[in-house]
Write a protein that binds this ligand. Structure first.
Ligand code: NDP
Ligand code: 8X3
Length: 250
């Protein structure tokens, strides 16, 4: 029987590429996001095995009721890909906009919690399932202006590890994918509040990771055997590495 995957944040970037790849691999895919028109455009190309779903992950009631709106042929959900997320701003903490901080926490932490708490019990009931979270290298490595964004991804990292512990003895797998610099998504356009020039500058002269690279990684993960759990997978462009610790001298 075909497995069903729920991908949050499916309207662009990684989420869109993951939907395209998993449909090509033979899965049924529910793609969710706030911009339903983008998902509907994808549906025209991806066909009947793709279900567009309007869902704002920050809306607790909507997430709790999401299974009610899903047709039976897209149930149960076998694989959950918690991809919806965003960075807002890159100012130092003492100049950052508090609304940006709140929105990152609401989306990257609370939204991910809402979805996981809704879907996970259905996996436990069936004693099978796979949750893949989109963390980030920003959850492990500090960088200037990464303040709350990096902290939300540190949550995703530890939450993923703690889920593994809670699920020990059950046939449910959890992986945290931790990408570094990835281009051809809307990530930086959103981060810089629509300043597309500033966004483009992030990727200038760098051979960055592409959404297809992340989609291929997801495709590999979901096709690994069920006794095999990749706890985390950190991916950077070859052109990126940690800058090391810094010291300021008088
Ligand atoms: P994009 O901005 O291209 O995609 C983000 C997706 O999240 C969009 O589909 C957007 O859809 C969705 N989204 C945002 N807020 C909400 C919300 N409240 N409810 C539902 N969906 C929402 O970025 P990427 O593809 O680059 O990023 C995907 C994930 O990967 C994020 O979690 C990001 O933090 C992470 N990541 C990105 C990296 C990068 O360098 N690009 C590197 C490491 C991790 P819509 O606006 O239609 O709701
Ligand atoms: C996205 C990667 O380095 O911009 O999570 O934080 S980075």
């Amino acid at each position: 029987m075909m497995k069903t995957v729920l991908v949050t944040g499916a309207s662009s970037g990684f989420g869109k590429a993951i939907c395209q790849k998993l449909i090509a691999d033979g899965y049924k895919v529910i793609g969710s996001a706030r911009r339903i028109e983008k998902l509907n455009e994808m549906a025209v190309q991806l066909g009947d095995n793709f279900l567009p779903l309007l869902l704002d992950v920050t809306k607790k009631d909507a997430v709790e009721n999401l299974l009610i709106g899903i047709p039976t042929d897209f149930k149960p959900i076998d694989i959950l890909i918690n991809n919806a997320g965003l960075a807002l701003g890159m100012e130092p903490a003492y100049e950052a906009h508090y609304d940006d901080w709140e929105m990152m926490v609401q989306t990257n932490i609370i939204g991910l919690m809402h979805i996981t708490r809704t879907i996970l019990p259905t996996m436990v009931e069936r004693n099978c399932g796979y949750i893949i979270n989109l963390g980030s290298t920003a959850g492990s490595y500090a960088y200037k202006g990464g303040n709350v964004y990096g902290a939300t991804k540190a949550f995703v990292k530890q939450f993923s590890a703690n889920l593994r512990t809670d699920l020990l003895g059950k046939k449910i797998r959890v992986t945290n994918i931790e990408p570094g610099l990835c281009g051809d998504t809307e990530f930086s356009n959103i981060r810089f509040h629509g300043d597309n020039k500033k966004a483009a500058n992030v990727y200038q002269g760098v051979e960055y990771i592409k959404p297809e690279d992340i989609a291929n990684t997801v495709s590999w993960l979901v096709n690994t055997p069920e006794h095999f759990n990749v706890n985390s997978i950190e991916i950077m462009p070859t052109a990126q590495a940690s800058g090391g610790l810094a010291v300021v001298k008088d």
